[in-house]
Design a protein around this ligand. Structure first.
Ligand code: ATP
Ligand code: MG
Length: 418
């Protein structure tokens, strides 16, 4: 791509994470290109090219199964840039030169340009030195640069952990008192950033970094509160969820935001159910549905979780009490549920985190998947009966044949506290 752009008479460099990671000795995730060519000119040169972005047009060019981002050199920040009252830049559509582009980038190590004409690195901002010192440093005045775009605070934590670099003091110090600026960021953009932070090998370190810098409470306030309580099973559940995610990524297995958010918000959800049952006297199924609504609505104020993830997340939650019901037909129905696997993984996680009874239950369901249903434990009174309401004899609980309907206000079979 660089040669195509060059042969068409444009300047073109590889820049950003691709150059940085290669120089730091880790495999790059993607490659970004900076060029003097305008988006329309880029489009003419590459067949599979799409222009994206509202404020600043970026060309996405497909190469095999990779998508490369091609950005036209940005112009300098001037007074004519539209800003909001906190200093955040709202409009951005002036093109510039290689040099102006360099100073618009966030960290010095992200502003290294690889030049195919002589295989050199162009470094206007001192990135090579910072790379050697293993330091992450914002270009220019840190406070101003964070105000221009508060997401840079999240990027600082994420990139430092990815490279095992240190955030240089002048770039680290202002974060705490500017953290609340994250509230100005559109929730859809924060969703993307949160995925980069947590669907990552460094998920645990990212959580710790975000908490240390006071950023996490602006992303997942309910989770932040839950962690503040220093309840060992809560901390363990979230940590385990992030560790499992990291291991899955390491092993090249699929990871889903639904599972991640289900875990992150589980403590708040469980607490809310308890409140609704104890203090407001709601029946378990009602409390569960309402708690899910409330917790999700609260979270959506900060991070826009798309429906395709929030719906399965709710299902993972809703299936948890149904694991308690281990009798014949009911157990078989649960095994056949399309969301069984994710819900079962979640039950395993609860077991690993030391939630009372969850590990034993998970073991039963592990066995249940290998063919016939294992025997039910004899000694302990089966907890599954509690939620079945009205002390009805177990045999009579279910109408024959048809699907069990959930009756509002009690009587539903799966009304157990998570
Ligand atoms: P990775 O791709 O590994 O997550 P990256 O640094 O390449 O890290 P991208 O989002 O791909 O991250 O951005 C590519 C480059 O664009 C960055 O290296 C940086 O030069 C520039 N950039 C990205 N986001 C910002 C920002 N918020 N402010 C200024 N420059 C940015
Ligand atoms: Mg990149």
């Amino acid at each position: 791509m660089l040669y195509t752009l060059k042969d068409a008479g444009h300047e073109a460099y590889m820049v950003g994470g691709g150059v940085r990671d290669l120089l730091a000795g880790i495999p790059p995730k993607d490659f970004d290109i900076a060029t003097s060519a305008h988006p329309e000119e880029v489009r003419k040169l590459f067949r599979s090219c799409r222009l994206v972005g509202r404020r600043f047009l970026i060309a996405h060019v497909r190469m095999g199964d990779e998508i490369l981002e091609v950005t036209t050199f940005r112009g300098p920040i001037t007074d004519s840039h539209e800003r909001d009252e906190t200093g955040r830049i709202l409009s951005d559509n002036v093109y510039g030169t290689l040099e102006t582009d360099a100073f618009r980038r966030d960290f010095t190590i992200n502003a290294l340009y690889y030049d195919i004409r002589d295989f050199s690195i162009v470094d206007f901002a001192g990135g090579m030195q910072d790379l050697q010192r293993r330091e992450l440093r914002l270009i220019g005045d840190p406070e101003l640069r964070y105000r221009e775009d508060p997401v840079r605070m999240l990027r600082a934590v994420r990139i430092a952990n990815k490279l095992k670099f240190h955030i240089e003091a002048a770039s680290a110090t202002p974060i705490r008192h500017l953290a609340a600026l994250l509230r100005e960021i559109p929730p859809a953009r924060l969703f993307e950033e949160v995925l980069k932070l947590f669907l990552s090998r460094e998920a645990v370190a990212n959580l710790e970094g975000l908490r240390r810098h006071g950023l996490f409470s602006h992303l997942l306030p309910l989770t932040d509160e839950a962690l503040d309580a220093e309840e060992p099973s809560v901390t363990a559940l979230i940590r385990r969820a992030l560790e499992n995610t990291a291991q899955r990524i390491e092993a090249d297995l699929a990871v889903t935001p639904a599972f991640l958010f289900a875990a992150m918000l589980w403590p708040a959800y469980a607490k809310r159910i308890e409140h609704l049952e104890r203090k407001q006297g709601h029946a378990p199924p009602v409390a569960q549905a309402q708690a899910a609504d409330e917790v999700i609505a609260h979270q959506q104020l900060r991070i826009a979780i798309p429906k395709r993830f929030s719906i399965p997340m709710r299902e993972i939650w809703a299936l948890q009490p149904r694991f308690e019901n281990r009798r014949g037909a009911r157990a078989k129905r649960l095994l056949a549920h399309p969301r069984f696997r994710a819900a079962y993984d979640f039950l395993l996680l609860r077991g690993q985190a030391g939630e009372p009874g969850a590990a034993e239950l998970a073991a039963w369901w592990t066995e249940a998947q290998s063919g016939s249903l294992p025997p039910l434990p004899q000694e302990a009174p089966p907890p599954a009966e509690q939620g079945d309401g009205e002390g009805a004899p177990a045999k009579k609980r279910r109408r024959r044949g048809g699907r069990r309907r959930r009756k509002p206000g009690g009587g539903a079979a799966d009304g157990l506290q998570p």
